[in-house]
Ligand binder design. Sequence first.
Ligand SMILES: NC(=O)c1ccc[n+]([C@@H]2O[C@H](COP(=O)([O-])OP(=O)(O)OC[C@H]3O[C@@H](n4cnc5c(N)ncnc54)[C@H](OP(=O)(O)O)[C@@H]3O)[C@@H](O)[C@H]2O)c1
Length: 269
Amino acid sequence: MSDTHLQQRIALITGASSGIGRATARLLSQHGLHVVLTARRVARLNDLAEEIRTQGGTALVLPADLAQADSRIALIRQIRETWGPVEVLINNAGFGWGGDVASLPWETAQAMIEVNIAALVHLTTLVLPEMVARRQGWIVNVASIAGDMPTPRIALYSATKTFVQSFSEALYRDLRRRGVHISIVNPGPIATEFGQVAYGWPEQKSRRGTTPDQAAQAVWWALRRARKRVYVPWYYRPLRWLNLTLEWALDRGVHTHLRKWQHRLLGRQ
Ligand SMILES: NC(=O)c1ccc[n+]([C@@H]2O[C@H](COP(=O)([O-])OP(=O)(O)OC[C@H]3O[C@@H](n4cnc5c(N)ncnc54)[C@H](OP(=O)(O)O)[C@@H]3O)[C@@H](O)[C@H]2O)c1
C-alpha cells in the first residue's frame, strides 16, 4: 500500500525525547509527516528537531509535562494555533516502576496513572472530535506485552498497559467505519531508557534488546496499514493466548523460569 495518504499530515508524538518516541518522530519525518515533538526534556527535543530540519523535515517543539491536565490542553491548543488540528496522534509517552507494590510510593503510582492512562485518554478526547468530523485520523497507542500478561514486580505498569489495550480495542470497534484508525503497538523488551527509569538499570544493560528503530518501524507499519494490533518483535504475539490458557502455571511462577531460559538462549545474564 502506498503511504502518500500520510504525507504532509500533522503528527503529534508524545515521549519524543527518548527511545521509541524519538525513533518514531525521526521515521515519520522521513516519510514526509510534519512532526510535533513533546516531552519534558526540552534540550533533547530541540536537538531532535534540529536534526530533522537538517534532513529537510519539519518539526515543532512543544515541551509539556503530560502528568498535568492543563499542559495537555495547552499542548493541543498550541498545535492547532500554529499548524492546525492534529491528524496523527502517537500516544507513546510512558514509564514503569519495578518492585513490590508494598514499597511503591503513591506519588509514583499517581504519576504513572496520569502519564500512561490519563494523558492517553485526555489527548485522544482532545483530538478525536475534529478527526470524527473530518472522517479522517490515525491514533497509535503504545501499550506493552506486559498488558497481555499481568507481570509480577511491574504490577501497576502492567495494569496501565492492559487499560491501554482495552480502551484502544473498544475505540477501534467504535470508529472503524467512521474513518478514524486506531492501532495498538505492543513492544516486548526494547533497548531504551525504560529500564533505567523503571529498575535503575545501568545504561549498558538498557542497550540490550530490540532497537527503538525496530519499534518505530512497527509504529509506522501499524499507521500506514491501519493495523489494529502489532507486536515488536512479532514472536510475542501468542502471549495473550498463553496468558489465558496457562493461567494456573503463571500463577505458580512459570514465567520466571521462561525468562531465565530466554536470557540463557540470548546469552544474557
Ligand atoms: N522499552 C521497553 O522495553 C518497552 C516495552 C513495552 C512498552 N514500552 C512503552 O513504550 C513507550 C516508550 O517508552 P521507551 O521504551 O521509549 O522509554 P523511554 O526511553 O524512557 O522514553 C519514555 C518517554 O516518555 C516521556 N515521558 C515520561 N514521563 C513524562 C511526562 N510526565 N510528561 C511527558 N513525557 C513523559 C519521556 O520524556 P521526558 O522524560 O523528557 O519527559 C520519554 O520521552 C512507553 O509507553 C513504554 O511503556 C516500552
